[in-house]
Design a binder for this molecule. Structure first.
Ligand SMILES: [Mg+2]
Length: 408
């Protein structure tokens, strides 16, 4: 089998997303995805990766990973280069699965579980996704209009970000009614701006804690709460927030600081009893090696479409397992990532829980891909089709705001 064409696909309505399709002489097509800086990633794919891959056998995934990493590591690999490699790696696994008639997890050792528990990241489509209005896309060109009240594209428009601040108890009850028993929120972010993350006052601390208290008052311990901090704080502020959260038995405390240098995360682990989660921001097994060796995390959170794809995700998971640590793959991006994470969680014994965003999978995913993910009773049920089990919809590819760049 030979790779004959590589396409990158962008949509003005989704300005942070990039999809890649790898075509072969057998007519099998592999799908991959990444998120952030899509123009830069597309340039890396067409300028650097395509000359390495065209004419090559797509089934030699490990060889292609190593070759691309060696080439880009010559000038520093993290960023658009690893995003490109991640997307391509997933596309090659998709081809391999289709060629073998197996879902990807079948090629990663098979299933270790029937389904994986999910948590809901309390994002809404607009603020997190940076779409539409910023891109100047008229509502008529979008299938999913976040500005429409109540519904969008025939789906309910979940505004979980706003709800997590304005009515967190009600939001927790609503998630529980869907069978979802864990949620991720970021109630302290809004206080980081004034000081640039250098200080949080007792009043601000209490205002952030009030969100957690309202959830506990509404539903008790039936809802688990992960606190995301988006690396907005310095070490003493991170310690102060973590100490304040200790009585609430939170699921984890995520990315309070940037993960470099790792030694400061290790100090945070020593200073608090809350479980520390690290980090979607880390690229490759080499960065996670430092986290593991310095005992800087309790929960390991690789992002599969940034850190090096399914190949690298499997290795990072095995490294974490050797330290008796779970993985919880990062999401809040695109639909292909969720499928890639599903194959990883199906096959990794130490997968703990998977991130999902109902505002996305019950919203725009269904316009872009088929099928969407299968979440029932708070669990994701794994796809069983060969390969990834997900395709871009032909109707999406035909939209006027969708642009395809091709290298042959
Ligand atoms: Mg995060």
């Amino acid at each position: 089998m030979k790779i004959t064409r590589i396409e990158t696909i962008r949509a003005s309505a989704h300005p942070r997303l990039l999809w890649v399709q790898v075509h072969t002489d057998t007519r099998l097509v592999g799908l991959g995805e990444t998120y952030y800086v899509p123009g830069a990633v597309a340039a890396v794919i067409h300028d650097v990766a395509a000359p390495l891959l065209l004419g090559e056998d797509p089934l030699d995934i490990e060889r292609h990973w190593a070759t691309f990493f060696a080439v880009t590591n010559y000038y520093g690999y993290a960023g658009a280069e690893m995003r490109a490699l991640s997307a391509l790696d997933i596309a090659l696994w998709d081809i391999k699965g289709q060629a073998c008639g197996q879902p990807i997890y079948g090629l990663l050792g098979g299933r270790v579980r029937e389904r994986i528990r999910v948590y809901n990241t309390c994002a809404s489509y607009g603020p997190v996704h940076g779409w539409a209005a910023a891109a100047g896309i008229p509502a008529s060109a979008r299938g999913h209009d976040a500005a429409a009240a109540g519904t969008a594209g025939g789906h309910r428009d979940y505004r979980d970000y706003e709800a997590s601040h304005e009515r967190p108890g009600e939001l927790a009850r609503d998630l529980l009614a869907m069978g979802i028993s864990a949620m991720k929120i970021w109630p302290f972010d809004r206080f980081a701006r004034a000081s640039g993350g250098q200080y949080i006052s007792p009043e601000e601390l209490n205002a952030g804690l009030a969100v957690v208290q309202q959830i506990r008052e509404a539903v008790g311990d039936r809802m688990e709460i992960a606190i995301e901090l988006h690396a907005k704080w310095n070490l003493p502020s991170a310690i102060r927030i973590a100490h304040a959260l200790e009585p609430y038995h939170i699921l984890w405390f995520e990315d309070a600081m940037t993960p470099d240098p790792v030694d400061d995360l290790a100090r945070l682990v020593q200073e608090t009893r809350v479980p520390i989660c690290v980090s979607e921001r880390l690229f490759t097994r080499y960065a996670f090696r430092q986290v593991l060796e310095r005992r800087a995390a309790h929960i390991v959170m690789p992002d599969i479409i940034w850190t090096g794809g399914i190949s690298e995700g499997k290795k990072i998971a095995a490294m974490a397992e050797a330290y008796h640590l779970p993985i919880a793959p990062h999401d809040c991006t695109g639909p292909v990532n969720v499928f890639a994470c599903a194959h990883l969680c199906a096959s990794c014994p130490n997968a703990m829980i998977m991130e999902t965003v109902r505002a996305f999978y019950l919203g725009y995913y269904e316009e872009v891909v088929t099928p969407s993910i299968d979440v029932r009773d708070g669990h994701l049920h794994f796809p069983d089709a060969p390969g990834l089990g997900i395709r871009l919809r032909p109707a999406f590819l035909a939209r006027p705001d969708v642009h395809v760049q091709s290298t042959t």
